[in-house]
Write a protein that binds this ligand. Structure first.
Ligand code: PLP
Ligand code: LYS
Length: 451
């Protein structure tokens, strides 16, 4: 698919790097016209490590983790933050999440294996997925994961059987689709009725299935879960979902005589991908959710539950920067200007998949104003392969280092080897030091599974 036609009336914003606001990692700065993150010169780092390269600002990640914990615990003492590792995961990230005292959401056996290999305590791991395989369930239950979020009755039977075979009782939540339409891209909306995820509220199905969960041997129902979508800006959907969930908890108490002590409201808080984006803050999100839970619990006469949230993107997106080298510049007068880099849809599929926007700068001209409108194309054999479409950037020259902001979430984890592209290394930067936490793939890695 080709790119949509460029809006030729779009004007460059003439901003310099530090004028891009919330898209920047917390430690971003410009020294002598070079972009620095975590005290490390991005131009030098690109030369040392090669490009494309994922860079993560460790201080940014840690600060947001602490901000989530503080924002929720100061308002709702009995709360926990579960990092949704699908947003970004390698062993070092799992170690950091552990050290910061968060729990971890894994969506399959692979993420679970990574977390366990990094020494993440199993009892703080939550396993999700609409079709966890029996093998994945066995791995999770035998590892002793703290919670498995049941997605369907079929899965309930599997968990009950496997837990019985292993001689354990598995603590579970039920994932409910509360019928709330979150204000976000239709592909990443998950709480609406037409969803492959969870137990529907339609015809009281979820309520009726509670009976089966309570009756199943070897499982203990501890709470309910919902997740209404991702990259959400308008917070009003959360109180709507809280009301549905707490109402259901109250009915379960009344109808089944069981007081569920835990409520997991999922993730979904949006982030700034462009300087124009104004997402709610972590604090506003916490205020909205905790106030709604308090109000709903009072209204329905149920005690305050242990409250959990499951952010992914809002913990890591803005910590991430991807570095590329400009290889080709192609100007098509009256059409657009293409700047082709040494990566693309293999390291960032979000632009092709969701028409996502990103802000680019030239790391070696970071103090210059962004005076051109460019499309940063990848090197893949697809016309729709672009990382940035029609956004302002400094005037590019061959060999420049392009930095694209906001790539910390759902870039590395959704990367591919399309066109035999080895996946980039992941470098964490902090206090002037850079350390490789995932090395760059080699051609041998690409063929490692071939027999
Ligand atoms: C069950 C579940 N929890 C948490 C998340 C994290 O969402 P986000 O990255 O939008 O915070 C997701 C992904 O949308 C999810 O499916
Ligand atoms: N991967 C998506 C969002 C899905 C979130 C996971 N349920 C993104 O990049 O925005």
């Amino acid at each position: 698919m080709a790119l949509p036609a460029a809006d030729l009336s779009k004007q460059p914003d003439n901003r310099t790097t530090m004028e891009l606001g919330a898209v920047l990692p917390l430690t971003a700065e410009v020294r002598d016209d070079h972009l620095f993150v975590g005290g490390v010169d991005m131009v030098e780092l690109a030369r040392e490590q090669g490009t494309a390269l994922y860079v993560m600002d460790e201080a940014d990640m840690r600060a947001r983790m602490q901000s989530y914990l503080r924002s929720f615990r100061s308002r709702h003492e009995n709360s926990a933050v579960v990092y949704a590792s699908k947003a970004f995961l390698n062993k070092e990230a799992a170690r950091i999440v552990n050290a910061e005292g968060l729990c971890l959401d894994v969506s399959g056996g692979g993420e679970l294996a990574c977390a366990l290999a990094a020494g993440f305590p199993a009892d703080r791991i939550f396993m999700h997925g609409n079709n966890k395989t029996p093998q994945e369930l066995r791995e999770a239950i035998s590892a002793g994961v703290g919670r498995i979020i049941i997605d369907s009755r079929i899965e309930l039977g599997r968990i009950s059987q496997i837990a019985g075979e292993l001689g354990v009782e598995q603590v579970v939540y039920m994932r409910i689709t509360p019928g709330v339409e979150a204000d976000t891209h239709q592909y990443i909306r998950t709480g609406c009725e037409d969803s492959k995820f969870g137990f529907t509220m339609r015809d009281d199905f979820a309520y009726r299935c509670v009976h089966d969960v309570l009756a199943a041997p070897n499982v203990r129902l501890a709470g309910l879960h919902c997740h209404i979508g991702s990259q959400i800006f308008a917070l009003h959907s959360y109180p709507e979902a809280v009301e549905v969930m707490v109402d259901l908890m109250a009915r379960i108490k009344q109808g089944y005589g069981v007081e569920l002590g835990e409520l997991d409201m999922g993730g979904g808080l949006g982030v700034a991908y462009t300087a124009a984006d104004k997402p709610a803050s972590i604090d506003e999100f916490a205020e909205t959710v905790t106030a709604a839970v308090r109000a709903a619990c009072e209204k329905h006469g149920v005690p305050l539950p242990r409250l959990l949230v499951e952010p992914g993107r809002s913990l890591v997106a803005n910590a991430g920067v991807t570095l590329y080298t400009v290889g080709i510049i192609k100007t098509l007068p009256g059409i657009r200007k293409y700047v082709a880099v040494d990566g693309g849809m293999s390291d960032n599929i979000r632009t092709a998949l969701y028409h996502a926007d990103y802000e680019p700068v030239i790391a070696n001209k970071a103090a210059h104003p962004r005076t051109e409108i460019v499309t940063i194309a990848g090197k893949h054999c697809e016309s729709g392969d672009a990382v940035v479409v029609d956004m302002p950037m400094q005037r590019p020259d061959l060999g420049d280092i392009v930095a694209v902001f906001g790539t910390g979430a759902y870039n590395h984890t959704m990367s591919s080897n399309y066109n035999g592209q080895p996946r980039p290394a992941v470098v964490f930067v902090k206090d002037g030091e850079a350390r490789v936490t995932t090395r760059r793939e080699t051609y041998d890695d690409l063929m490692a599974r071939d027999v």
